[in-house]
Design a protein around this ligand. Structure first.
Ligand SMILES: Cc1ncc(C[n+]2csc(CCOP(=O)(O)OP(=O)(O)O)c2C)c(N)n1
Ligand code: SF4
Length: 287
């Protein structure tokens, strides 16, 4: 039977926004996992932040929580604590995660809960009409910084590696095939997987767009020194150099669920995720 992840909500993303492709890619990946019987529809749960990216909550038929700005990631980790058998995905923006929610980002790597963070990076706070975020390029002119942003962007891939990440990947919202393959690897990783999606905003930071020619595909990498080299290749500041896309680093570490006996006990139960005792039973979607 075909999986139906569609909803009836009106889609209000701008025509041509790469978020449409992210949505299609997430649906494709989850449908594949369900149809190949690797998971059930009810095994999946999502959290979203607040922002253009977060509207994905209304456009995909999965249980979850539409969170406060900056808090989608800790809420997702809470879901895993409530029911470690769930396949949890958290959708966040660069503004949400690296500004308001920054502390959660660093600690999530330490916890290493078995879940996936999908970060839509458009180098702009777009829903609120284009203020600079921590990954905006220097010189980005906006109503919040009419003379241009003077701060240098920071590099979240470097930060993830320095925080002992066990899975770090980058993909492009314009390359659905690559994104779906990357998401599948991330969901199947036994630990915390971080996927940065380069997602142009067509309206509020056009100068940061169109980096496709700089992107090149890498082979899945498990070498930490190589990962650091790859992380340095793109500094979020300009349109020179190279932008590696693919699995930048993956390692094997026990996930959070296997470290706590209470959670491990639940993992060992034979039932599927949706039959486990879960706070999520109380979360009901309207669609
Ligand atoms: C606590 C809090 N602070 C600020 C806001 C205002 N706010 C809502 S969406 C948003 C921008 C989101 O930007 P980003 O996370 O980059 O997502 P995008 O819209 O670019 O997808 C901001 C600042 C809020 N809703 N709550
Ligand atoms: S404002 Fe930018 S990020 Fe938001 S929907 Fe439009 S193109 Fe997409």
């Amino acid at each position: 039977m075909k999986t139906n992840l569609d909803t009836t909500s009106e889609n209000t993303w701008c025509p041509g926004c790469p978020n449409h492709i992210i949505l299609a890619s997430v649906k494709q990946t989850i449908s594949k996992l369900i149809e190949s019987k690797q998971a059930k529809h009810t095994d999946f749960a999502i959290t979203t932040d607040i922002g253009c990216h977060a509207k994905i909550f209304d456009y995909i038929n999965l249980s979850g929580i539409y969170c406060l700005h900056g808090r989608a990631l800790p809420t997702a980790i809470g879901m895993k604590l409530g029911n470690p058998n769930l396949k949890v995905l958290s959708f966040v923006g660069d503004g949400a995660m690296y500004a308001e929610g920054m502390a959660h980002f660093i600690h999530a790597f330490k916890h290493n809960a078995n879940m996936t963070l999908v970060l839509h990076d458009n180098q702009s706070f777009s829903l609120t009409t284009g203020q600079p975020t921590p990954t905006s390029q220097q010189g980005f002119i906006s109503k919040a910084a009419p003379m241009g942003t003077v701060d240098r962007p920071f590099n979240p891939i470097k930060l993830a590696l320095a925080s002992n990440a066990t899975f770090v990947a980058r993909t492009s919202a314009r390359d659905m095939k690559h994104m779906s393959a990357t998401l599948e690897k991330a969901i199947n990783h036994n630990g915390f997987s971080f996927v940065e999606v380069i997602q142009d905003c067509l309206i509020f930071n056009p100068d940061a767009n169109g980096k496709d020619d700089l992107m090149y595909k890498i082979k899945d990498n498990k070498n930490s020194e190589q990962a650091e080299k790859l992380a340095k290749e793109f500094d979020y500041n300009g349109k020179s150099g190279k932008i590696p896309i693919g699995v930048i680093y993956q390692s094997n570490e026990r996930p959070l669920e296997e470290k706590w006996p209470q959670l491990k006990k639940q993992l060992n139960l034979k039932n599927n995720a949706s039959k486990k005792p879960s706070i999520l039973k109380r979360l009901i979607r309207t669609q």
